[in-house]
Design a protein around this ligand. Structure first.
Ligand SMILES: Cc1cc2nc3c(=O)[nH]c(=O)nc-3n(C[C@H](O)[C@H](O)[C@H](O)COP(=O)(O)OP(=O)(O)OC[C@H]3O[C@@H](n4cnc5c(N)ncnc54)[C@H](O)[C@@H]3O)c2cc1C
Length: 373
């Protein structure tokens, strides 16, 4: 049995960002372990080849405007990779550099199966295929990429979820239906059209003019690509097609809208409706808000169980969804402040994080801030 103070589950930007902060606070090597079911940056390694970050990277850290995709104030993917819109592989490379620089211990190919809260004693008992671990704190940073949304409409399992496509150019040529018109739907349409296919995108929601929160409105990067697409003439958008079901009739896939419109395609439609909120082995250890997101307190700790924290893109503090790296990195300090207090770590690094815009306390920020033009 391994005994340690803190286990972080997931070696993505959220898990490694918290780990790097704890290391800078002086946590001992033996007191911190990151578990990763695949390799460092597994989600990004699984992105389709052609996919790029929509959030631009720029090495502006010195001016207190930390690279939007950096997970510590003193690193920058733009600086290390030399690109503004990184591919998944390049970002995984950046995450590996961060792991090495801060000397973070990551156990790769180690999937966490179960967590028991040792109610009578202190702490948790964790089981992986090969390890039994006893720890006092858990930060769940398992992300969402591994749980595609297969319940957005009846028959979603008949479709290809966009996260499961490795290479758009591997798909047979023809006419495709893309379901969901936010970032990933436009990305799918762009890549399919660029490889000579005709595409119909259904339920286009990207032109939300009510908000400028990047969680609800298309990024400029995607909007620009969309403008290029209309010039290609290969893509049609139907923003009034609310998909109710997909079924197979002979060789054809039949997509039906909630008001009875029908479209068919010889290929499985591409499901771009996003991901489920599924916290895997810690699901039962959280309560949930009315919108399905886990309930956490102001330290991002489960409202049900002490010393179990949530980091990353599933964090929702009403009214703010912290789904992008530059948003959720502002919360790394929250679990680390509780752990730092308990383990008597040095928290002076928080001042540097604050100066770098990496401490987000005011969670109404994006809603209250106005963008006049
Ligand atoms: C197409 C696409 C484009 C995107 N573009 C951007 C962008 O431009 N900018 C941006 O900020 N965000 C972007 N995102 C979102 C970004 O990918 C997520 O915000 C980010 O990956 C979330 O980081 P994370 O660390 O929470 O999760 P992840 O990066 O998914 O990391 C979670 C890790 O946990 C591991 N894991 C899960 N379960 C277990 C387990 N039981 N045991 C052990 N390990 C486990 C996984 O293997 C994974 O490595 C994009 C997402 C997609 C799908």
């Amino acid at each position: 049995m391994i005994k340690t103070e803190v286990v972080i589950v997931g070696a993505g930007p959220a898990g490694l960002g918290c780990a790097a902060l704890l290391k800078q606070m002086g946590i001992e090597d033996t007191e911190l372990l990151v578990l990763e079911q695949g390799e460092i940056g597994e989600t990004f390694l699984n992105w389709p080849e052609s996919m790029r970050f929509i959030t631009p990277s720029f090495p502006s850290n010195g001016y207190h405007q930390t690279d939007l995709n950096a997970i510590t104030p003193d690193t920058s993917p733009a600086f290390s990779i030399g690109k503004e819109h990184l591919s998944g592989k390049e970002y995984a490379q950046y995450l590996t550099m961060v792991t090495e620089h801060y000397n973070i211990k990551v156990s790769t190919q180690t999937r966490l199966h179960s967590v028991v809260d040792l109610v009578d004693e202190e702490g948790f008992l964790l089981e992986t295929d090969t390890l039994t671990i006893r720890c006092n704190f858990i930060i769940w940073a398992g992300g969402e990429f591994h749980t595609p949304n297969l319940s957005a409409f009846t028959g979603a399992a008949l479709c290809n979820h966009n996260s499961q496509i490795k290479q758009w150019s591997d798909l047979a040529q023809g006419e495709y239906i893309v379901i969901g018109g936010y970032e990933s739907g436009v990305d799918a349409a762009y890549n399919l059209a660029n490889t000579g296919n005709k595409v119909t995108v259904l339920d286009f929601i990207g032109n939300n003019t009510e908000s400028y929160d990047p969680s609800t409105v298309l990024s400029p990067y995607t909007a620009e690509r969309l403008a290029n697409l209309s010039e290609l003439g290969q893509v049609e958008l139907d923003d009034a097609f609310n998909v109710a079901s997909v079924h197979k009739a002979g060789e054809l896939y039949v997509v039906t809208s909630s008001c009875g419109k029908v479209l068919t395609s010889p290929f499985p439609p591409i499901n771009c409706t996003g991901f489920d909120i599924n916290l895997g082995p810690v699901s039962e250890l959280f309560d949930y808000q009315a919108n399905g997101y886990p309930s956490v307190n102001k330290f991002d700790e489960s409202s049900k169980i002490r010393n179990l924290f949530l980091a990353g893109s599933r964090l929702y503090h009403d009214p703010t969804l912290l789904c992008f790296i530059y948003k959720f990195r502002g919360r790394f300090f929250a679990p680390c402040s509780v752990i730092g207090e308990e383990l008597a770590l040095d928290m002076s690094i928080f001042r540097h994080y604050k100066k770098s815009g990496m401490i987000l306390n005011d969670l109404s920020c994006c809603v209250e801030q106005e963008c006049f033009c």
